[in-house]
Ligand binder design. Sequence first.
Ligand code: SAJ
Length: 441
Amino acid sequence: MELLRRIESRKAVVGVIGLGYVGIAVAAALADVGFRVLGVDKQVELVRLLGAGELRMSGVEPELREIVARVVASRHFAATTEYAALVEAEVVLVAVQTPLTGPRRSEFAELRQACRELGRVLRNGALVVIESTVAPGTCASVIVPLLEQASGRIVNDGFFLGHCPERVMRGRLMRNLRELSRVCGGTSSEACDAMVAIYRAIGCGPFTKTDCLTAELVKTAENAYRDVNIAFANELALVCEAVGGDFERVRELVNECPGRHVLAAGPGVGGHCIPKDPWLLVQGAGVEARVIAAARAVNESMPGHVVGLIANALAEHGVTMQGARVCVLGYAYLENTDDARNSPSAALVRYLHDRGAETVVHDPWIPSCATDMWEAIRNADAVVIMVAHDCYRDLDPPRLCRMLRKPVVVDGRRVLDSEAARKAGLSYRAVGFGITRSSSS
Ligand code: SAJ
């Protein structure tokens, strides 16, 4: 297969559609090993910045910024808003978002549009790889027909299609690309061979060849699995609170038992993968998603639970929610990132406002919230820690006591030491921390 040889020699021209953190990471990685990579994104400002070798994303992303600057300078990577640039691409990776459009489903509107526009310029014999997360069956029922119709060619003849779901995570984009295994689902063995060759150029694998449907199932299942397991952790935390136990201690001891791996309880589940992908797994399957629906309901209830902890602690000091001033530490959905999509903090702020409280939000990674942390805390009636950003791990309990109008701390991510907080005179609440527990346990 000529395409395989051109990939293995890194002479193949690669296109990447969608330059969010998934697309820009894989584009930079491929350009950095010698491929000429053309990135396409409709966001004009993002493309302009990339043209100058700059990355719009903030947060801790080791290596990425330097690699982008290097591959733009060496002209191995160029970004554009025009699909026409893809006429010469022999491999095209598609990494556009697949957000839910209905309450529990995605219409894949952005992905459909990308495939239509790509089809019009698709080079004969090119390999198209969908990295976006899609519902099982989408490649066969949506992507192939769209590409065939737009290109006038037939799959496995005029072009090849693969699905290699991304497995990156904010904060370790380049590391995940290098170190994580990849599932390469293809419409033919040639498509699988070409996919493995492109990803082997930037990662150590293993790379598993399979069909598109299996790859679609694996990706949505691995994230549904995570959501269900986070929900179990959260439900166990609610039990610990109710009976006076400490979730962190219980979790530690349960996880000493072989075959157990209880995840971390917290104030909610954010991001654009975990809250959405469980619904994609069951979309169109015609199977009642009882476990998935229950887990989603538990995780979605956690911000509300945190509001209850705040109200309970404020009441101890004769303060009602109406008119209370609450400092919210952390607005991103994940520690040390600037990504606030589906952030539990957004839900928390809404609920606090609904109950008449005033909020001051601080987040060092989100420009509009990156104020002075202690100024945000000063004279608040309560402080609630929603994200385990590194800077919150050094919060000094005695200083919190001095700065707060009421000594109330609700620790959604267990970043403070409960004993130190209580010794400092703080009314300490935390997800999974039962306040009726005896100090000896
Ligand atoms: N969360 C918890 N408890 C946990 C783990 C996460 O409450 O034990 C919360 C986080 O605070 C966050 C949300 O869940 O709000 C999602 O966190 P995440 O660690 O799953 O991070 P994501 O959303 O970036 O998930 C991605 C996913 N990777 C891809 O979709 C390629 C997920 O499948 C990975 O397991 C995760 O990264 C990872 O840890 O690599």
